[in-house]
Design a protein around this ligand. Structure first.
Ligand SMILES: Cc1cc2nc3c(=O)[nH]c(=O)nc-3n(C[C@H](O)[C@H](O)[C@H](O)COP(=O)(O)O)c2cc1C
Length: 301
């Protein structure tokens, strides 16, 4: 039995208050971090036990992880760990004529379900509606001056900033069945989008049965599990939360789900045209991890 405890807290000061007024995306992002931590521990040979939202009096304490047992790291766990370091959001057009195989979609669905969420791949006709939702979200978002200003700040954090979305990772204008968030950058979007029409992209809705903060956390864990599996299978992708942020767009996405559910994020995956992904900065661990008591894993067994 190990005594080491890892507590995961949401840092409300880092929420984007106008884009994410309820903290859904903040908690979903923390769920991604939680799954990444579980993957790291599993790759190091531990079996993490997780309590989600363990203290009703402390809503910012999202999870408590304990290392209970040591176990050998399987090849699958090591692959997920490697994928964590490989994956980057890629907003460029995907390669034409190379659809995502059905068996890979099945693996992604299984990965989401293992985390307690659902993954809905959209059929061709539903992609048309997702396109309408994305256009609507874009139009509504562009008229929300505060949210637009917040996104502008988020994309102009400066060359040395450890976070934000650099303009160099946002693909320039392209004809797509589903428009991606352009962050209000217009011609400033600096990444060549590539060629083709993006018709071989798949769109997957991460959904939960209910819509409470713990569901947002689970949706984040599922997002990470799906994305790492996709990376291991050679796919690249980009998330779309604009269609979740804007209530009308979200209602349209919700109407596409069968069985019914609560949409939490849309993931777009495909095969990259070129191997070089655009890279966003990542905060150093020292920014986000505080060690209050150091104890060597394995001590006191
Ligand atoms: C909850 C969440 C929502 C996101 N929504 C969008 C989005 O709507 N459009 C987009 O282009 N990227 C979106 N992103 C991608 C982030 O901008 C991206 O993860 C960030 O720039 C870090 O880059 P990386 O994924 O390469 O590490 C989202 C990411 C998260 C975690």
């Amino acid at each position: 039995m190990y005594d080491d405890v890892l507590d995961l807290y949401a840092d409300a000061d880092r929420r984007l208050p106008d884009v994410d007024p309820h903290g859904r995306l903040m908690i979903l992002s923390c769920g991604i971090a939680l799954h990444h931590a579980r993957v790291s521990l599993a790759a190091a040979g531990y079996e993490p036990a997780v309590d989600r939202m363990p203290d009703a009096g402390q809503p910012s304490l999202l999870a408590r992880i304990r290392d209970r047992r040591a176990r050998p790291a399987t090849e699958e766990r090591l692959a997920a760990y490697r994928s964590m370091r490989l994956r980057h959001t890629d907003r460029r057009l995907f390669a034409d004529g190379m659809p995502v195989p059905d068996e890979v979609l099945t693996q992604l669905r299984v990965a989401a379900e293992a985390e307690g969420a659902r993954l809905h791949p959209l059929q061709q006709q539903d992609v048309v509606y997702l396109g309408y939702a994305a256009q609507g979200a874009h139009t509504v978002g562009a008229h929300d001056a505060r949210a637009a200003a917040e996104l502008h700040r988020w994309t102009h954090r400066g060359a040395d900033a450890p976070d934000g979305v650099p303009v160099g990772t946002v693909a320039g204008a392209a004809d797509r069945p589903v428009p991606l968030r352009d962050f209000g950058l217009g011609d400033e979007a600096a990444l060549p989008p590539g060629t083709g029409d993006d018709t071989d992209a798949v769109y997957l809705v991460v959904a939960t049965v209910s819509d409470e903060p713990v569901d947002w956390l689970v949706a984040g864990e599922a997002t990470s599990a799906v994305w790492l599996t996709a990376t291991t299978q050679g796919l690249v992708g980009s998330p779309m939360s604009d269609v979740i942020e804007i209530p009308g767009a979200r209602a349209l996405v919700r109407s596409l789900l069968q069985p019914p559910g609560q949409p939490q994020l849309v993931l777009r995956f495909g095969l990259a045209q070129t191997a070089e992904p655009p890279v966003s900065p990542r905060r150093p661990a020292s920014d986000t991890v505080t060690v209050t008591e150091r104890r060597t894993i394995g001590e006191g067994v």
